[in-house]
Design a protein around this ligand. Structure first.
Ligand code: ADP
Ligand code: MG
Length: 402
């Protein structure tokens, strides 16, 4: 692994120091980016040189632009209208988000981008593809569908990106991935991006990529960087929702994404919080597209205090402005913990992760300590006395503010 690349990213401290076209430089300025993130600085040159790479960098470190920049700046041939880059992502939200970011990067270069994902009109996507997309961002099932129907031609694809590779495998997309890869030209550049690199990703890379370079950033402290981790261990008999209400009262988070392990629970918990007078809403795979978009835009605009969601629904969507991540249910595997808590503390801001741990979840907590060396600080559930103190503090604050 080229740890060196991570420890000493190229000396560029601003985008001006990188050799980018005027078009892309202007787009980046519009987007308000001034400094490349470490992963962006580390992979720009290898990607431009045509290397296949496997990149591990934690959630929120700017991986989209890390592959988007060199692809749009140098790899897409402007005069060639055919499909040249295929980017696979695990969910439709991510397909939209990644395509949106690439649109912005390619705004002045006129790069043509299409997003294809399940649950949306096939006809519209077919028309968009026929119109000549140079880059396609899509979910595996729908991409495979287009390839098999012949509505997407793979023969001119030179760049293949696997985004959120770990999520892709943990969501069970291995079969689709392999089927898609089979249909791609053998001469291609492969770029695999992931928050964690498990052995199955290394196997996939070694099987499909020619002489890949491994770039790893902050592998020994994934997710632990700017985030404070706390757990509340629930002792027998206590209702989880009641416990959560107490914790919220004491911790008083400005805003939070609250994770549940099941779809049903997101709805129940959001309703519970609403009944307690909190501003809460839920996001899960059962919601209609329009409803999802409504909740997502409320979240994006900072108009929602508690977003209650499943892993799948919240995957990859940008909620970096939220101050807290709360695990109402403790995640079943450590990767999922890293993903969830990586959603806060982005771009140098500090975040807080709070988990409720029931008797049956202690094993998962133990596994997290072993696997990622993340050792959350244990707190006790607030007693009635603590709550009283909190109320008094609020009252004092009220007089101070007034
Ligand atoms: P990842 O894929 O690693 O989870 P994203 O690509 O989704 O991260 O980026 C996370 C957030 O950081 C996004 O809101 C993105 O717009 C922002 N971002 C990316 N690169 C930069 C940069 N160089 N400067 C400032 N913000 C950035
Ligand atoms: Mg990403």
């Amino acid at each position: 692994m080229t740890e060196a690349a991570a420890a000493h990213p190229s000396p560029a401290t601003t985008f001006d120091a990188l050799e980018l076209s005027e078009d892309v430089r202007k787009a980046i300025t519009d987007m308000g980016y001034s400094t490349p993130t470490p992963v962006q600085a580390a992979v720009l040159d290898p990607i431009r040189r045509g290397k296949s790479i496997v990149v591990q960098a934690r959630t929120g470190t700017g991986k989209t632009a890390a592959f988007g920049l060199p692809i749009i700046d140098s790899l897409i041939r402007k005069g060639q209208p055919e499909l040249q880059a295929l980017i696979l992502v695990p969910t439709r939200e991510l397909a939209l988000q990644v395509a949106g970011e690439l649109e912005k990067l390619g705004k002045y270069r006129g790069t043509k981008i299409a997003a294809v994902y399940g649950g949306a009109s096939m006809e519209r996507q077919v028309a968009e593809l026929a119109g000549g997309a140079q880059i396609v961002v899509g979910t595996p099932g729908r991409v495979l569908d287009h390839l098999r129907r012949g509505t997407m031609a793979p023969k001119s694809i030179r760049i293949f990106v696997l985004d959120e590779a770990d999520e892709m495998l943990s969501m069970g997309f291995a079969k689709e991935l392999n089927a898609i890869i089979e249909l791609l030209p053998k001469e291609r550049q492969g770029l695999y991006f992931s928050a964690t690199i498990a052995p199955d990703i290394e196997r996939l890379a070694n099987r499909h990529l020619r002489d890949p370079e491994y770039v790893t950033l902050s592998s020994d402290q994934i997710g632990a960087l700017e985030i404070s981790h706390y757990v509340y261990v629930l002792r027998g008999g206590l209702d989880r929702r009641e416990a959560l209400a107490k914790i919220i009262e004491v911790e008083d988070p400005e805003s939070a994404v609250v994770f549940c392990n099941t779809r049903d629970e997101t709805e129940r918990l959001a309703e519970f919080l609403k009944r307690r007078g909190y501003d809460a809403d839920w996001l899960n795979g059962d919601l209609e597209q329009r409803e999802r978009e409504r909740v997502m835009s409320k979240t994006r605009e900072g108009k929602l205090r508690f977003l209650v969601a499943t892993d799948v629904a919240a995957r990859g969507i940008d909620i970096s402005h939220l101050t807290h991540v709360i695990n109402a249910d403790f995640p079943e595997n450590p990767e999922s913990y890293v993903h969830r808590t990586g959603r806060t503390g982005r771009a140098g801001r500090t975040g807080t992760a709070i988990s409720l741990v029931g008797p049956r979840e202690v094993g998962s907590l133990y596994l997290l300590r072993l696997t990622y060396k993340i050792r959350p600080f244990e707190k006790d559930l607030p007693s009635a006395g603590d709550l009283k103190t909190r109320e008094e503090a609020d009252l004092v604050q009220f007089f101070v503010d007034a």
